[in-house]
Design a protein around this ligand. Sequence first.
Ligand code: ATP
Ligand code: MG
Length: 327
Amino acid sequence: MGSENPLAPNALGPTVCVGEILVEIVATTIGDGFRQAQPLVGPFPSGSPAIFIDQCGRMGGAAAIIGAVGNDDFGRVNIDRLERDGVDVSGVAHDPDYPTGSAFVRYRKDGSRDFVYNIATSAASRFGWTPNVASLVDRCGHLHVMGSALSMPSASMVIEQAARIIKARGGSLSLDPNLRKELRYDADTEARFSDLVRMSDVLLPSGAELERAAGVDGEDAAVGRLFEIGVREIVIKRGSEGASCFQSDGTRTHAGAFDVAEIDPTGAGDCFGGAYVACRRLGMPVNQALLYGCAAGARNVTVHGPMEGAGTLDELDEFIKTTRRLK
Ligand code: ATP
Ligand code: MG
């Protein structure tokens, strides 16, 4: 038995995610960066918060997003996809002057990625607290924070306000640190990040993010420290080694990854998180939420495009039935 579910039930209102809505344009060849003309494919709907919430909606979790797009086809690509997958887009602003944000990505031989972003000077970071946002937040039951959004001052402000309101109405909060080497945090952002760690019911780190969130080295010590400061459930994403959940009563649950050929790793963590949070909010136990999270992450890496492999519950059931599981 684990401790009780720290996530507020789906019936309290949608899971809302705040932040960058982007298109992604992907180089079709492996190599270093963008200094020569080259073949590209896209636009794919993207942005960590958008990928997360799209997977959450596809799973049947109540879902909503706050962000902004421009008055252009890149914006429409995103809005169409999110609406199709059941995501409430009433909190998305339409910027008349700035284009939808974009990210160009190219994979290197060693699997690392080069990016060219246009986020800070695009519609993606130009949104704030509007009447539409306020009325959406008033009926949300859970806030999921992507650490990547904290480097945008407007998003940070909305996240802080939404966190306070949603927590006050009995809702819950999850945080995926999602630190990208290309996005440097200043001292203010670091401080906001620490505050959010303390407010989080569930943390979904990968790699070095666990130790960075805890400020302590070593997996066990970091997990222990995070429980001391009030986090109640910690889910560590381990790529092709699956995922593990630590609950504050000491219960540990590991789920092996699925055996897939990785075509495009972008969005695995976001899909994992969207599925995990949706499942927990729908009342599923940790082992079942981990199973769907791992299936969602693995299915998404088998196709090109950051959210093209996000699966419905039926698609994930089929994937689970037909895909070999690693230990
Ligand atoms: P991102 O790189 O998108 O930020 P992340 O580091 O947050 O992702 P990962 O651990 O890479 O998260 O992926 C999340 C989950 O997706 C993993 O726990 C695993 O279950 C599944 N997954 C990711 N990559 C693979 C893979 N190559 N094979 C099988 N499963 C995978
Ligand atoms: Mg990863």
